[in-house]
Design a protein around this ligand. Sequence first.
Ligand code: ZN
Length: 126
Amino acid sequence: MYCPTCFQNTLKLRSNGVVKLSFNGKARNTSLFTYNLQKDSGVELAKKLREKIADFLSWYSELKNKTPIKVFEVYSSDCQCTNACKIDLVNTKISVIGVMYSFKEIQHIMNEEGAKYGIEIALTPP
Ligand SMILES: [Zn+2]
């Protein structure tokens, strides 16, 4: 991943931290979860993601104006540059799609949960 300070491909996720979700730019204050790459298996990480997607979509399904979900972001600020750059962790959003989850896996979970809550999912592959 590219560091926003030195622009080198030297950015790494910390072994534990917080992942946040955003759906068409919207999120609930529950749209986040903690991860620990030393402890969590891929199955556990997928389960956490699915729970938070379901949490948002069940809330979203109650709204009157529902537009298809086209932009889904899964990101973290818990990263460090191996060049020891100082990174503005408040304003840095690092996508973990392709790092912690593949796009296919995300699309699969979104499509299943979207069908459950009657919400159209129209994600564009990266
Ligand atoms: Zn850097």
